[in-house]
Design a protein around this ligand. Structure first.
Ligand SMILES: [Cu+2]
Length: 113
């Protein structure tokens, strides 16, 4: 009986090990993904000025990692003019910016924290 319990314990240990291995591999893969600097992510910022006529917005932004840009205040184009109706100057936001034909275009604006 002692032998049997030992065998079961070994079996359980083996199962636990095989279960933990794939999840460890997964974690490593996710980590690799986040360190890739190309994927556009949300950037923190604060709206300075809104130009509805020309579809432009001035944002004081934090570092934009996927564009290798340090924090600064600058003018962006917006993908959709309607985005400017939902925000106001002085508001803290999180936004997504992409490069499109050499221009910086804001594609999404969310309220910041
Ligand atoms: Cu900038």
């Amino acid at each position: 009986m002692k032998k049997f319990i030992q065998t079961v314990a070994q079996l359980l240990a083996a199962v636990a090990l095989s279960l933990s291995l794939p999840s460890m591999a997964q974690t490593t893969m996710d980590h690799g993904k986040t360190s890739t600097a190309v994927t556009p992510g949300m950037t923190d910022g604060e709206i300075r000025k809104i130009d509805k006529e020309n579809g432009k917005i001035t944002i004081k932004h934090s570092e934009i990692k996927h564009m290798d840009m340090p924090p600064m205040s600058m003018v962006f184009n917006v993908k959709d003019m309607a985005m400017l109706d939902k925000v106001q100057a002085g508001q803290k936001i999180q936004f997504i910016v992409i490069q499109d034909a050499g221009k910086m275009v804001v594609t999404d604006i969310q309220p910041g924290k």
